[in-house]
Design a protein around this ligand. Structure first.
Ligand code: FE2
Length: 261
């Protein structure tokens, strides 16, 4: 086997030991990384891929957010627009500075790994990818989104995003444009978000951007839509009503997708 995930995991643990585990943002991203590895494996197995592709999907998951640790340390923020594109930074340290060879000896998969990481945090996957590149770009996007439902269900708001607090969210409103996009079953473009509630709604809108149904099944099994909607008390009556509409549409959408695919 050309890919040794367990060896790569040891190298990953060595890499993150340079960062402060007591920093809630660092801790969140370490836990998230292993959550995404688990989801990538789940999706790859569901797709009945070969052992080689399953190991590759796990390796990509392990490395997809490698740029987050430096971003958290230097900026104490995960806002790519205000700080740096963490995917591009990850690709730079892996492929320009050569860190990748610590995780995998062969360069056979470099292009697949690079393109999967570069495309994982973009609104859409770029055009022109080859079949295997596209497959792995799709898996990491679905796996990342799915573990993010766990993150939003479990983690402190402050660790998720320094601009979020339960109090601010509960008293905020959803921008009309964002609500309309949601009700039209469209994923939300990050820089169109204006309020903290727009950010909260945009996480739920991830359901509209799945490539495979395994992640959606996982969301359903874990009741993540209800858990996320119920995590806050919406003090603004209009927001409260909108969140109920968002809840029903989401649950119905997931149900339909699972049944047709
Ligand atoms: Fe990421």
């Amino acid at each position: 086997m050309l890919i040794d995930y367990n060896q790569a995991r040891k190298e990953f643990n060595k890499y993150v030991s340079n960062y402060d585990y007591n920093d809630s943002k660092i801790k969140l991203k370490i836990i998230h990384t292993f959550g995404v590895v688990k989801m990538s494996e789940y999706i790859a197995r569901d797709l009945k891929l070969t052992d080689e592709d399953i190991e590759l999907a796990k390796l990509i998951a392990l490395l997809h957010d490698i740029g987050r640790f430096e971003q958290a340390k230097v900026f104490s923020s995960f806002n790519d627009y205000e700080t740096m594109d963490h995917a591009e930074y990850g690709v730079r340290i892996l492929f320009e500075e050569g860190l990748i060879r610590k995780f995998i000896e062969t360069d056979k998969y470099d292009q697949i790994i690079k393109l999967a990481i570069l495309n994982h945090n973009k609104y859409a996957i770029e055009e022109g990818l080859k079949e295997k590149e596209l497959l792995h770009a799709k898996i990491i996007r679905d796996a990342d989104k799915t573990d993010n439902f766990r993150v939003k269900a479990e983690e402190d708001f402050d660790a998720i995003n320094s601009n979020l607090s339960k109090h601010s969210l509960e008293n905020d409103r959803i921008t009309d444009k964002i609500y309309d996009r949601f009700m039209n079953k469209k994923p939300i473009i990050n820089n169109e978000r204006e309020t903290t509630m727009d950010m909260w709604v945009s996480h739920l809108a991830f359901i509209f951007d799945y490539n495979f149904n395994s992640g959606l099944k996982y969301i359903k099994e874990h009741n993540y839509i209800n858990v996320l909607v119920d995590r806050l008390n919406y003090n603004n009556p209009k927001t409260k009503e909108q969140m109920e509409k968002i809840r029903s549409l989401s649950i119905k959408f997931i149900e339909e997708q699972i049944n047709v695919r």
